[in-house]
Design a protein around this ligand. Structure first.
Ligand SMILES: Nc1nc2c(c(=O)[nH]1)N[C@H]1C(S)=C(S)[C@@H](COP(=O)(O)OP(=O)(O)OC[C@H]3O[C@@H](n4cnc5c(N)ncnc54)[C@H](O)[C@@H]3O)O[C@H]1N2
Ligand code: MOO
Ligand code: MG
Length: 406
């Protein structure tokens, strides 16, 4: 059987690192920046007030107190965005709002709460030091400073930074478009009545969600039956929408394992990987654009685990990110586990928060069958049991991989 590492490498080999495109800021969230961005301007761009109040010469209010307040003539009113030049001479001040440019001559802002609020002649009963409530030009970013490195994932904070330095678009790697298709004659759309031998289709919803968790745009086509012509026709139609196709089902040894049947004629490789669950796997490229396709086994837990182990790194690579495996922790088993010889097991479980001494425990669930989907709902981690290990007693320290979105 093929090793897990070899299969990950083969899957990653299907995709080239992405080419950047110029992406409008409205669509940049979740993309990966392809170039380093420096700010063309300083931020703030000008000295401005941090508070609503009065711009003063600090010397004029240095001695102000409730007993002997300072009284200053209010010579201007400066709202944010006001371009009118204003000068404040001794004995004067200007009413100013948060974000408004500081007038010439003023070096401090007295918040309105320290005053009587008058708009003609204001009474100030507390001293203000030079620089009080003033935001200096460039105290956030100096012009020319790098604000985001190439390779940064553009989240909400990065969106704010890009807009604040004046970018309307950025060269970035867009979210890959993943098409998800399940196969199986027994499948029925959830919400519709079941006939004898039928089950509600769940893999496409699960895999689509996992692909979104991996930062992709997803088109969940749902499912098709086991007719080879329909499967091939559907795949051909879907290629137009896809940077990657992910299918589930029909890849094992069955008489109606249709995905394997139709795609092995198209050059897709079908193989058995030394992993549990998720042994039967297919990978290759199809169609005129050689669109990568990864075919996962139909057993729901197998589809889920093999998505996380084999497909997720491919999607990260397509996003321009490091195709890293799931984050690793070390933790002690709360219960013994078993694993088939020669296969690496990824058992479902719950990783605890660290105790005061930084240690964690992991509780493997008791139902580890490939069809026992219900346990996925409560699991936040996969316990990894190496190929050469068949049993581990409770208390053993093990490798744990944290599931995304948990
Ligand atoms: N003789 C052998 N039989 C099987 C082997 C083997 O080596 N020799 N491998 C087993 C393993 S391991 C797996 S995993 C499965 C993989 O099967 P397929 O990829 O061919 O998947 P199907 O046959 O289509 O379905 C398997 C199972 O999963 C259910 N299923 C499928 N799709 C969905 C869906 N979209 N939503 C919910 N459930 C789904 C399906 O009803 C079957 O119960 O093969 C073993 N057999
Ligand atoms: O390898 Mo299968 O994925 O055990 O159920
Ligand atoms: Mg089958």
């Amino acid at each position: 059987m093929k090793s897990v590492e070899q299969h990950i490498e083969d899957c990653l080999g299907l995709v080239a690192p992405p080419q950047p495109t110029e992406i409008d800021l409205d669509h940049a969230h979740g993309t990966v920046l392809a170039e380093t961005v420096a700010s063309p301007v300083s931020l703030p761009g000008f000295d401005n007030s941090a508070m609503d109040g009065y711009a003063v010469r600090s010397g004029d209010v240095a001695e102000a107190s409730p007993e002997v307040p300072a009284r200053l003539a209010v010579v201007a009113d400066i709202p944010a965005g006001d371009p009118t030049p204003v000068a404040v001479r001794p004995g004067m001040c200007a009413r100013i709002m948060t974000g408004a440019p500081m007038p010439d001559g003023a070096d401090a802002v007295v918040p309105v709460e320290w005053t009587d609020g008058d708009t003609v002649r204001v009474t100030i009963d507390r001293p203000a030091r030079p620089g009080n409530a003033v935001r200096r030009a460039g105290d956030d970013i100096a012009a020319g400073t790098v604000v985001l490195e190439a390779g940064s994932l553009i989240g909400a904070g990065e969106m704010g930074v890009l807009a604040a330095v004046g970018r309307r678009s950025v060269p970035a790697h867009p979210r890959p478009r993943v098409v998800v298709l399940s196969t199986g004659e027994e499948l029925v759309e959830p919400g519709r009545p079941l006939g004898p031998g039928q089950i509600w289709e769940s893999n496409s919803f699960m895999v689509a969600a996992a692909a979104r968790d991996a930062g992709c745009e997803v088109y969940r086509h749902g499912f098709v039956g086991d007719d080879p012509r329909t499967v091939m026709q559907t795949l051909e139609d879907l290629l137009l929408r896809a940077d990657v196709v992910v299918t589930t089902g029909g890849v094992s040894m069955g008489a109606h394992d249709v995905v394997k049947e139709v795609l092995s004629q198209k050059g897709v490789h079908f193989t058995q990987v030394a992993v549990q669950p998720g042994k039967p796997q297919g990978y290759g490229s199809i169609g005129p654009d050689r669109t990568p396709i990864l075919t996962l086994p139909g057993n729901p837990v197998s589809a889920f685990v093999s998505f996380q182990v084999f497909v997720r790194p491919v999607l990260l690579k397509l996003r321009g990110l490091e195709p890293a495996p799931l984050t690793e922790y070390r933790a002690r088993l709360t219960d013994p586990v078993a694993s088939p010889p020669g296969r690496r097991s990824y058992l479902r479980g719950s990783l605890s928060a660290p105790t005061a001494d930084g240690r964690r425990t992991v509780s493997p669930v008791h139902r580890q069958g490939s069809h026992q989907l219900s346990v996925l709902a409560g699991s936040n981690a996969l316990v990894v049991v190496p190929e050469d290990v068949t049993e581990l007693p409770s208390g053993t320290e093990v490798e744990v991989r944290v599931l995304p979105g948990t």
